[in-house]
Design a protein around this ligand. Structure first.
Ligand code: UD1
Ligand code: CA
Length: 453
């Protein structure tokens, strides 16, 4: 049985009070709509059809070729929105699942159960819809699920149209349906406009039952159908998603000391036996190896960290750390920083667009930018690569085993050969040969002692 998905994303999202379309607001590392698109992809046999309207260009720029787009020019209701998907899906799938773009907590497993329910009932030949329902004390804003004397779902009545008795119903419509595809496309044109000019998708239920077709329901967990209308909802959903993400990592062998203060985006990968201490923000396509100690209080974005590394009170962005390297406390790796194996870098240091070879130490108050540094170099205290001359960024190169005296300034472009040494306070303006010592301002080799004769 083939399945297609339609995702409704044309609404205004007025209550977000935002220039950014509601469905593009970030949530635990993904835009809101992407959560739903992923769920749609996981259950569907073809690309989801996203019904776009408000913010169409931005949604298309985000999702690209991953989905198909049906445009809803006038927002005439949920039924009208699904009508726009007709040319894409008519004759294309046995069943059609309709999802809202603002329900990021809807789990694939819940939808799978709905599809199973559909599959169990389908052989009887008269099944039009399988739908989710919820039971909730506060029914405000939801359509009521009306059942007949035999307990069969008969219709959905929108809140505005409810009789006083219907108002008391606590079985509600979250708005997620699995339709019989052939039946849907044949009967969707029968929807009539409401007095306010809207086409209600919910009217499809009564169209079905009045034809003697069946509608079956499955009660969903409340959390799954939590819809986002404002930024308070956004924060609630973010907390729920974070909890799921953290639990998945813990299930896979990652220790998270305090999940409530650990913010891991959905895109992050973490190896077994790594410990994440409180106050960490792990973002983007960050990959962390096994046996690492991360945090407390560190932010790591789009970075690659090998096994057995340590990150303490530090900030990393677009950086890389090889096996058993360490940063912190209070280090900053900026774009293109790469620490080789067993490098130690810490205490108020900053590295940008530079490679530090294996075993190099950079422990105290230094800035290294646009540099290539060899193995076992001693970047001692207060070292600065003066990489910017006001016009260009210039390169610094340090060979293996270079020893820099405290407070050395390396005025780039400059190269120090393997084993070169500088005295404390040197300002190095010229290249230094392998094994040579320079010192002073500007740095020079020692003056040979004059022969007293
Ligand atoms: C809808 C249901 C209601 C249900 C509730 C659950 C109908 C008529 N009513 O009401 O029974 O209890 O959801 O949240 O379906 N959208 C479009 N184009 C439109 C209108 C809506 O794409 O013209 C999209 C919105 O972006 C949103 C979703 O459809 O993602 C739901 O729309 P909304 O206006 O919130 O529906 P409700 O009136 O809340
Ligand atoms: Ca709504």
């Amino acid at each position: 049985m083939t399945t297609a998905t339609v995702i409704l994303a044309a609404g205004f999202g007025t209550r977000m009070k935002s220039e950014l379309p509601k469905v593009l607001h970030p949530l635990a590392g993904r835009p809101l709509v992407e959560w739903v698109v992923r769920t749609g992809e996981s259950i569907g046999d073809r690309r989801p059809v996203v019904v776009v309207g408000h913010g169409k260009e931005q949604v298309q720029a985000l999702l690209g070729e991953r989905v198909e787009y049906a445009e809803q020019k006038d927002l005439l209701g949920t039924g009208h929105a699904v009508m726009q998907a007709t040319p894409f899906l008519i004759g294309q799938a046995d069943r059609v699942v309709v999802l809202y773009s603002d329900m990021p907590l809807l789990r694939e497993a819940t939808l799978q159960q709905l599809l199973e329910l559909y599959q169990q009932n389908e052989p009887q030949g008269d099944l039009a819809v399988a739908m989710l329902t919820i039971v909730r004390d506060d029914p405000q804003g939801f359509g009521r699920v009306v059942r007949d004397g035999a307990g069969q779902i008969q219709s959905i009545v929108e809140e505005l149209d409810c009789s006083p008795a219907q108002k008391l119903i606590r079985e509600l419509n979250p708005g997620i349906y699995c339709f019989n595809g052939a039946w849907l496309w044949e009967n969707l044109p029968k929807l009539k406009q409401s007095p306010k000019g809207e086409y209600y998708l919910t009217d499809m239920i009564e169209i079905a039952t009045s034809q003697g077709q069946r509608v079956v329901g499955m009660q969903a967990p409340l959390e799954d159908v939590f819809g986002i209308n404002d930024r308070i909802h956004l924060a609630v959903a973010a907390t729920a998603l974070r909890q799921r993400i953290n639990q998945a990592h813990m299930g896979a062998g990652v220790t998270i000391v305090d999940p409530a203060t650990t913010y891991i985006e959905a895109t992050v990968e973490i190896g077994q036996d790594t410990t994440i201490y409180p106050g960490c923000h792990l973002k983007g396509k960050t990959v962390i190896g096994r046996g690492c100690q991360i945090g407390p209080n560190s932010q790591i974005e789009e970075s690659l960290i090998g096994d057995d590394c340590r990150v303490l009170y530090s900030v990393l962005e677009y950086a890389r750390m090889d096996r058993a390297s360490e940063i912190g406390p209070f280090g900053h790796l900026r774009k293109g920083a790469h620490l080789g194996e067993e490098v130690h870098m810490g205490n108020f240091g900053e590295v940008k667009n530079s490679y530090l070879g294996p075993g190099t130490k950079m422990g105290h108050f230094s800035y290294v930018g646009d540099a290539t540094i060899g193995r076992n170099v001693n970047v001692s205290a207060g070292i600065i690569t003066c990489n910017y001359d006001g016009k260009h960024k210039n390169h610094t190169e340090l060979g293996d085993d270079v020893f820099l005296g405290s407070d050395t300034l390396l005025v780039a472009p400059v190269t120090l050969g393997p084993g070169a040494r500088t005295g404390a306070g040197s300002v190095v303006t010229r290249d230094v040969p392998a094994g040579a010592l320079v010192y002073g301002v500007p740095a020079r080799p020692p003056i040979p002692k004059r022969d007293p004769d």
